[in-house]
Design a protein around this ligand. Structure first.
Ligand SMILES: [Zn+2]
Ligand SMILES: [Zn+2]
Length: 243
């Protein structure tokens, strides 16, 4: 979508607070509630923003699906597998494989490879969570310019119209999507400036998360495959040493 020309953020003539745009002829100042007349060019900008607004609403369901951290059980299951699988695999292989393997062989063929599925699941969950927090932080609205005022656009600093309970809002000045400031843990996540600039809309953020989730899943699978292959080579080497 082509973006309309950028205009300076309109401010209230009474108290100088920046005001959000509207397609109406005037808007109530968010700071002093005085009516602020909206010049024609700004009304056109607000009208042009309606398209970006509709695109954001259409992208919200995908964002809701991709923009949350992986389920807590994934990480817990990964940790449980790391603890439980190696002894279990060692006992099973020791009981079932005849002639009996030496301690080094048992370690190469059973104990170490059994660490990998849990470690891969745990790493996958940690990597997805980190990238979700990063993209969330990049998309999150900036704090109000004045105490008690509306949240401001992360991109241009204009005040946002974010109704209570809303997931996100599109800035009527620059059409950047902004997530409502929510989870406290988000404060810990610092968005890089590069990511902040690269992610303009919820659709951008969702696309980025979808790619990363797929990459991390492939990485975890590749780790399992690599480790399985390495274990086999080590076992062969051990066998040739002993034989
Ligand atoms: Zn005012
Ligand atoms: Zn903006």
């Amino acid at each position: 979508m082509s973006q309309p020309a950028r205009l300076e953020v309109l401010s209230c003539p009474g108290c100088a607070a920046p005001v959000p745009l509207s397609t109406d002829a005037s808007v109530a100042c968010p700071s002093c509630a005085a009516p602020v007349a909206i010049p024609e060019a700004y009304v056109r900008l607000a009208e042009a923003s309606r398209g970006a607004d509709a695109a954001r609403r259409a992208a919200e369901p995908l964002w809701r699906a991709l923009g949350g951290p992986p389920p807590r059980w994934a990480r817990n299951l990964g940790m449980a597998l790391v603890v439980l699988l190696p002894p279990l695999a060692s006992v099973l292989v020791a009981l079932l494989v005849k002639p009996a393997l030496g301690a080094a062989e048992l370690c190469a063929v059973a104990t170490l490879p059994a660490v990998v599925p849990g470690a891969a699941l745990w790493l996958w969950a940690a990597a997805v969570e980190a990238s979700v927090l990063g993209v969330q932080a990049a998309l999150t609205a900036a704090p109000p310019a004045r105490a008690g005022g509306p949240a401001t656009c992360r991109h241009c600093g204009a005040p946002l119209q974010l109704p209570a309970g809303a997931l996100s809002a599109t800035c009527s000045y620059c059409q950047a999507d902004n997530l409502a400031v929510s989870a406290a843990r988000l404060e810990a996540a610092q968005a890089s400036q590069r990511l902040r600039a690269a992610v303009h809309s919820l659709a951008d953020g969702s696309a980025r998360l979808r790619t990363r989730r797929a990459m991390f899943a492939l990485g975890a699978l590749a780790l399992c495959g690599l480790f399985g292959g390495a274990a086999e080579l080590v076992l062969k080497a051990l066998r040739s040493l002993h034989g």
